[in-house]
Write a protein that binds this ligand. Structure first.
Ligand SMILES: O=C(O)C(=O)C[C@]1(C(=O)O)C=C[C@@H](O)C=C1
Length: 124
């Protein structure tokens, strides 16, 4: 072995011709394909969330106009049961579904309170 010819046994990095490069390229191309689907799903989730918040803003205005309380714990309870059951059917962790719902609802209630006290913005 010379300084110009590194010891292949000591250098595990792939080199052309040994098949490892083709395999790595295939893996990277697979990863990029899967990520592109993840990108689409993330975009759809953002759009769905924006739509959901448009409707909850309507609810917030209705509640504020008619002096109804921002939160409705009975509705939340029923929705959590429903979402947990849907999550189970979809092989999604029901605890995660409930956490997600509670996270979103906390934000919705904050918006409802802002609408009621007149400090609400246009943005959901
Ligand atoms: O349905 C309502 O009354 C809402 O205000 C919407 C919503 C929700 O985001 O799902 C938010 C707060 C309530 O506590 C219950 C449900």
């Amino acid at each position: 072995m010379t300084a110009e010819t590194p010891d292949r046994a000591a250098d595990p990095s792939p080199s052309p011709g040994d098949g490892a490069v083709d395999e790595r390229d295939a893996v990277i191309s697979m990863l990029l394909g899967i990520r592109s689907s993840i990108d689409n799903i993330d975009a759809a989730l953002i759009h769905l969330l924006a739509e959901r918040f448009k409707f909850t803003q309507q609810v917030g205005r209705l509640k504020a106009e008619h002096g109804l309380p921002p939160s409705d714990p009975d509705r939340e309870k029923r929705q959590i049961e429903r979402l947990r059951s849907l999550a189970e059917d979809a092989h999604l962790d029901p605890a995660f579904a409930e956490k997600w719902f509670n996270f979103v609802v906390a934000e919705v209630i904050r918006h409802h309170e802002e609408i009621a006290d007149g400090s609400g913005s246009d943005r959901a």
